[in-house]
Write a protein that binds this ligand. Structure first.
Ligand SMILES: [Zn+2]
Length: 310
């Protein structure tokens, strides 16, 4: 399958809602806390700002917390566990029937602060907005900011499209999904030219006629159209096609449909889903270009050798 980010389906397995959850610290409460913690940790590490996410909110305010989140530490220059810096909850030592009801989680913005367990220096701070009526949360701030860094391997493969990709990631970090989808689709359309270049080189090396080469050049220099993408999809390198699926067509259709028909929020989800697949396409095409270049150079040098020997 095409490598692909999964959409977080936070809280979908738990039906406990704040208005139904009884107060107390019974046996179920521990598993609830673990479930909330796990979902909240994933939410903090992966979600961009301002995107509402359905969440099975805990009844008590004190339960909206995570003991540890796994995030990148700039100081340690690697991913590290960051520990919650809030003081531990005081256990109740009085009679169980006199235990006071914990303060209920209400609408508002809650700060969550963490410190790196490796260097004990780096801190991470998140502000989480809670909407109890709709059972959802969203990040309204974070420090350090959501990373828009592009991995080194992709930087090289993207070449001139790096700027577009950074804009796609910045749009995604603010949940501007429609913008992110448009940037990602443009990158994909630019990759069409790379495929046509590969096709041209391959045809030329195999002694294709001038007319055939001119035809490819004409398509290459034309604006992006259904015909142009159809040719590129047809001649996409075999290494790109996985189990009969051409990821170029899949991503292009997926993005086009999102831009024309889906909401900003749904587009954000789609752009996140497709990012890894697009990175795969860009990397594979660059790899294919390098292989083809090496191959053609070795053929040319063999040709020269045989001519000089003759
Ligand atoms: Zn650290």
């Amino acid at each position: 399958m095409i490598p692909c980010d999964t959409i977080l389906s936070i809280g979908t397995t738990h039906s406990v809602r704040p208005d139904r959850q009884p107060p107390g610290t019974g046996g179920n409460d521990i598993s609830l806390r673990d479930s909330v913690e796990k979902a909240l940790a994933a939410f903090l590490a992966k979600e961009p700002l301002y995107r509402w996410v359905n969440f099975d909110l805990p009844y008590a305010k004190s339960k909206l917390r995570v003991r540890v989140v796994l995030i990148h530490c700039d100081e340690c220059n690697t991913e590290r566990p960051f520990r919650d810096t809030a003081p531990a909850e005081e256990p109740w030592h009085g009679p169980i029937d006199r235990q006071p009801e914990p303060p209920r989680l209400s609408d508002g913005v809650y700060p969550l602060r963490f410190r790196c367990t490796g260097c004990e220096k780096s801190e991470a701070l998140y502000w989480v907005s809670v909407d109890t009526a709709h059972g959802r949360i969203r990040k309204v701030g974070q420090d350090p900011p959501w990373s828009v860094a592009v991995p080194k391997a992709i930087v090289e493969a993207l070449g001139e499209d790096l700027d577009l990709y950074q804009k796609a990631k910045m749009s995604l970090s603010q949940s501007y999904g429609i913008g992110a989808c448009a940037y990602l689709r443009r990158i994909l359309e630019n990759q069409v030219n790379t495929i046509l270049d590969l096709l041209y080189e391959s045809k030329r090396a195999s002694g294709a006629s001038e007319n055939e080469l001119l035809e490819i050049q004409t398509i290459r220099s034309s604006r992006v159209s259904a015909e142009k993408t159809a040719v590129a999809y047809k001649f996409a390198p075999a290494s790109l096609v996985i189990e009969g699926n051409n990821p170029l067509k899949f991503i292009h259709d997926f993005m086009s449909e999102a831009i024309h028909e889906l909401s900003e929020d749904e587009c954000t989800g789609r752009a996140r889903q497709v990012t890894a697949a697009l990175e795969y396409v860009v990397r594979e095409l660059r790899h294919e270009q390098e292989l083809r270049k090496d191959f053609l150079e070795s053929i040319r040098s063999l040709d020269k050798t045989s001519r000089s020997g003759a």
